[in-house]
Design a protein around this ligand. Structure first.
Ligand code: IPM
Ligand code: MG
Length: 363
């Protein structure tokens, strides 16, 4: 029996998660999957109800679970509280606590949505890349960090970008393994012309590359990579990079596809246990209005079934159900082209559930 911890979080989190849970129940029925789930608190919701963003009950449940499905955290209500108690700290804490060092962020363009991209269709059509972002190290976690007062009385903020060789090695391996399963091309992104930490990054990635002669490895500075992503994004297969560069480049890659509302992600530990979440945030401005796109969370559930539960057939069924719903022209506001009619969060989720159940009747 597999057990999933569901963390709806804040903003649009609860409403998109309600749809993902409906899909979870449908896929469990259709494929007779032995799985159970429970809800727990993370982020602002946890601050409100338990006084901290990653409470002990959530920590215990997450550690014991096989996988975690997360909506999104954060919002203006919690922006002014003490830094260590903000919702985002809950997200960073659960990543660190569960050792989720490998963050997989695919960016693929659905042919049905080519018009939704801000880039010309001929630049983005067929786009299918994967960003492998290191998630538990680098400047996000490096010590020392803080804001201090200098001797001359001026305030100064500082962070530390630090990577151990072993941390680089294990994320590089994930990059090579993913590239091997795809088109066999791995690009490592760094700033080795300026930052020593990424000079080491480049060296270690190259060393690991000797174990993967079938993968072609190249390197790029992050500024160039940011430019190439909008100039000619189809040149990329798998991109491996550190925590901060991965954060930035994955938002950029997401937008190439037209909607960040479509993109799932997986954060994995060394054993394949994972936390799955949409790439988008909690969008507090549209929360509670039944207009958010639930598809990225639903597709995150598909990744969960694939990578942690090893239920490839069920994962593909969800992805195909999403494809059929798009084929039928259903669009939430974020993916609608001018003139296309729009459905709400619930209607979109229910349409995916219906498409999944049709699949079961057809078999
Ligand atoms: C992300 C987000 C988070 C990050 C924030 C919310 C802490 O931007 O998952 O990309 O920076 O990692
Ligand atoms: Mg981000």
């Amino acid at each position: 029996m597999a057990h999933i911890v569901v963390l709806p979080g804040d903003g649009i989190g609860p409403e998109i998660m309600a749809q993902a849970v409906a899909v979870l129940e449908a896929v469990r029925d259709v494929f007779a999957l032995p799985l159970t789930y429970e809800h727990q608190l993370l982020g602002g919701a946890a601050i409100d109800q338990a006084g901290e963003p990653y409470p002990a009950a959530t920590r215990q449940a997450a550690r014991a679970a096989d996988a975690v499905l997360l909506g999104a955290v954060g919002g203006p209500r919690w922006e002014n509280i003490e830094r260590s108690l903000r919702p985002e700290r809950g997200l960073l804490a659960i990543r660190a606590d569960l050792g989720l060092f490998a963050n997989l962020r695919p960016a693929m363009l659905y042919p049905q949505l080519a018009a939704a991209s801000t880039l010309k269709p001929e630049v983005v059509s067929g786009l299918d890349l994967l960003i492998v972002r290191e998630l538990t190290g680098g400047i996000y976690f490096g010590q020392p960090r803080g804001v201090r007062i200098r001797e001359d009385g001026e305030r100064e903020g500082y962070n530390t970008d630090v990577y151990r060789e072993s941390e680089i090695r294990r994320i590089a391996r994930v990059g090579f393994e993913m590239a091997r399963l795809r088109q066999g091309r791995l690009l490592s992104v760094d700033k080795a012309n300026v930052l020593e930490v990424t000079e080491l990054w480049r060296e270690v990635v190259s060393e690991v590359g000797r174990d993967y002669p079938e993968v072609s490895l190249s390197h790029m500075y992050v500024d160039n990579a940011a430019m190439q992503l909008v100039r000619a994004p189809r040149q990329f297969d798998v991109i491996v990079t550190g925590n901060l560069f991965g954060d930035i480049l994955s938002d950029e890659a997401a937008m190439l596809t037209g909607s960040i509302g479509m993109l799932p992600s997986a954060s994995l530990d060394a054993q394949g246990k994972g936390l799955y979440e949409p790439c988008h945030g909690s969008a507090p401005d549209i929360a509670g209005r039944d207009i958010a796109n639930p598809l990225a969370t639903i597709l995150s559930l598909a990744m969960l079934l694939r990578y942690t539960l090893r239920q490839e057939e069920a994962a593909v069924a969800i992805e195909k159900a999403v494809g059929r719903v798009l084929d039928r022209g259903l669009r939430t506001a974020d993916i609608a082209a001018a003139g296309e009619s729009v459905v709400g969060t619930q209607a979109m989720g229910q349409a995916v559930v219906a498409a999944l159940r049709e699949h079961s009747r057809a078999h």
